[in-house]
Write a protein that binds this ligand. Structure first.
Ligand code: FAD
Length: 433
């Protein structure tokens, strides 16, 4: 039988476009099927790309990527409702080639990445939903079903890049335990328009330099965190919330964003910003232990579809992981087609490439971190303890003699319900990460 395409890639997010790009570059025919009217139309992220893998995928990518600002300042803020301690770093090294991170709008970024694949020869099929898998009598995947009339597409290899909660990976039986809610967070984001000059003044940057700020302790004890990023003439502010936590707390995410926007450390930065966009999306944050099978007969899974998005709230590398995984999936599919074996065994090179690269190596190294980052201790007890400790150090309480560091530590730990045993164990896990 004749195949419609050598490879069908489902989903034109970063993973899908990178996969299609590599397959097309290897000289095979590839369809990139996207349910949205254009790539990025349905996608959400905080807004920063730390895409080191682009160096390999697109030489001198910084000359072509639709960037808002180059991140030259990164800050981590630990807060309670009335306190904030910020670790704030800036370097001008990140403001020149080869750069480090950039803010970019998803619609721009995803469209640009898909365009690269199309330039290399991929066929973009927008406004088309893949509704299921086609299999042969032995169960091997041989294509996909779509919502178009006569919409079956047969292929040697199907690469599922359909994002978090991948229906295709589930249908293929690749998720052993199912995608449990505790491995998912809900990201909610507002984009606020602000004049360029206001952003430069308030965030102390000029030209195309930009800032990313991550926050811990701003979600009323619901596991998660907050973020604030600068675009050219808007800022993105949002929260990431553990799904089970947010449903138990019965708090609406927009209330938490409103609260964050009122925080004394944040309010002056975003004052007068008019909301021009509101969006929400799930994030798979279970890490290495929550990943599905990555390879089946005639099928590969990459990016968020394979839960390769470790602790996005802290690493901000979901896009980087997706680009890397997509690239290796594309290469593995091309190699399997060349060798004439698209069975799971023929596609096994995918796993090897992932294990050798940052994609799986980092996930493996950080496998214990998701549990820690999303724990109550990390969310509430430690931020409170750290803020109280620093307040104790900086506060002048004459005529009392100054308390020693040990006393302050003991007091701030006790007041915030921190147990030493947990602190030592978590410190060890954190340091290993
Ligand atoms: P996606 O980008 O989700 O792409 C999947 C694509 O598949 C979509 O285009 C979708 O429309 C399409 N699709 C799905 N099902 C079908 C179907 N059946 N048929 C056809 N098409 C289909 N990462 C970062 O690097 N930096 C950040 O700052 C950052 N912040 C984040 C903040 C939030 C609030 C969220 C939600 C995520 C954030 N992430 C961040 C994570 C990042 O967005 C993801 O890891 C990344 O988008 C994964 O890429 P992907 O290609 O695997 O999946």
């Amino acid at each position: 039988t004749t195949k419609t395409f050598d490879v069908v890639v489902v989903g034109a997010g970063p993973a899908g476009s990178a996969a299609a790009l590599e397959v097309a570059r290897a000289g095979y025919s590839v369809a990139l099927v996207e349910r949205g009217p254009f790539p990025g139309a349905k996608n959400v992220y905080g807004g920063v790309v730390y895409g080191r893998i682009l160096d390999e995928l697109v030489p001198r990518w910084w000359e072509r990527m639709p960037v808002q600002r180059w991140v030259t300042r990164r800050a981590t803020m630990v807060m309670t409702p009335t306190q904030a301690l910020t670790l704030d770093f800036r370097t001008q090294d990140w403001g020149k080639p080869p750069y480090n991170g950039a803010t970019a709008h998803r619609a721009d970024l995803d469209s640009w990445l898909a365009e690269l694949a199309v330039e290399a020869g991929a066929v973009l099929v927008p406004s088309t939903v893949v509704t299921g898998l086609l299999r042969d009598h032995a169960g091997a995947v041989v294509g996909v079903r779509t919502d178009r009339p006569d919409g079956d597409l047969t292929a040697g290899v199907v690469i599922a890049c359909d994002g978090v909660n991948s229906f295709l990976a589930k249908e293929a039986g690749m998720y052993r335990t199912g995608h449990e809610a505790e491995h998912l967070t809900l990201g909610v984001k507002q984009t606020l328009a602000l004049p360029r000059e206001a952003i430069e003044e308030r965030f102390a940057v000029s030209g195309r330099d930009g800032v990313d700020i991550e926050m811990l302790g701003c979600t009323r004890g619901i596991p998660g965190g907050g973020f604030l990023y600068t675009n050219l003439d808007s800022v993105s502010i949002g929260v990431v919330l553990g799904l089970t936590g947010v449903s138990k707390a019965k708090t609406r995410p927009e209330e938490l964003i409103a609260e964050l926007k009122r925080h004394p450390a944040i309010a002056p930065l975003i004052k007068g910003g008019e909301q021009i966009e509101y969006s929400a999306h799930l994030i798979p944050e279970g890490g290495y232990r929550a990943m599905p099978e990555l390879i089946g007969d005639g099928m590969l899974v990459a990016g968020d579809a394979a839960a390769m998005c470790l602790a996005a709230g802290i690493w901000l590398e979901g896009v980087n992981f997706a680009l890397g995984a997509g690239m290796y999936a594309g290469r593995a599919a091309a190699a399997a087609l060349k060798a004439g074996d698209v069975s799971g065994q023929g596609l096994a090179g995918y796993r090897t490439m992932l294990e050798r690269s940052f994609v799986l190596a980092d996930h493996r190294k950080l496998r214990d971190l998701p549990g820690l980052v999303l724990s109550d201790r990390m969310q509430q007890n430690y931020p409170g303890m750290v803020c109280d400790l620093v307040q104790g150090l900086f506060q002048v309480d004459n005529p009392l003699p100054k308390p020693g560091l040990r006393t302050l530590l003991r007091r701030s730990a006790k007041d915030n319900g921190v147990r030493w045993r947990d602190l030592v164990r978590d410190g060890w896990t954190g340091m290993r990460g």
